[in-house]
Design a protein around this ligand. Sequence first.
Ligand SMILES: C[S@@+](CC[C@H](N)C(=O)[O-])C[C@H]1O[C@@H](n2cnc3c(N)ncnc32)[C@H](O)[C@@H]1O
Length: 213
Amino acid sequence: MPHFLARRQTRFANSEREYVFQCIERFCRINRPIRGYYMEFGCHSGTTMRMAWRHTKQFDWHYLAFDSFEGLPEIGAIDRQDIWAKGKLKTAEEEFLAIVTRAGMPRDRLTTVKGFYAETLTDALRARLASRLAAVVYVDCDLYESAVPVLRFARHFLQLGTIVVFDDWDCFKADPDKGERRAWREFLEANPSLRFEEFCRVSMAKAFVCVAL
Ligand SMILES: C[S@@+](CC[C@H](N)C(=O)[O-])C[C@H]1O[C@@H](n2cnc3c(N)ncnc32)[C@H](O)[C@@H]1O
């Protein structure tokens, strides 16, 4: 794709993400207090983390950045799609930290959890983070096999009003048996007491709000 077209696509995608964060800001301002964490699974170049900070810094949340900081893991059969490859979308942890702190995020409001989710999202980590629940769970890790452990972990941090955003809802041509859509359906089947309402929708992303635990 020519460079100027790629730039136009990125601008469009980011304007849509801005809209999602504006919706989150408005929801949390009206329904205050919603306390806790902004949890982001898939942080790469810090674009969404910086947006999250800009729109939600007034809420006194703590920001958790979960990423391998080594790019995508091995791509399993269910996640094969031309745009994904092992190691793609890599931003090193120090670089990510430099990007977001340059944008004004105080270091003491941010914790990074480095490593692949299959290894890092443990009961021990869950216990360490147990002092707060999640205000927002931002899922931007592209793959079914990444979203499964993320949702299993995030489940313990849900509260009424937690917003769960799927940045890649329409990857895999919106096939409900793939990607984040499949992970979400299986998660809801495995947790029948949970109920969510639709929160907002943009071209590739979809968000839900938790209304029953
Ligand atoms: C599309 S990028 C995230 C973009 C980011 N939100 C931004 O605004 O720049 C996907 C990220 O998910 C991470 N990721 C995907 N699967 C992962 C896994 N299983 N464990 C850890 N990180 C993973 C990759 O390292 C990559 O940084």
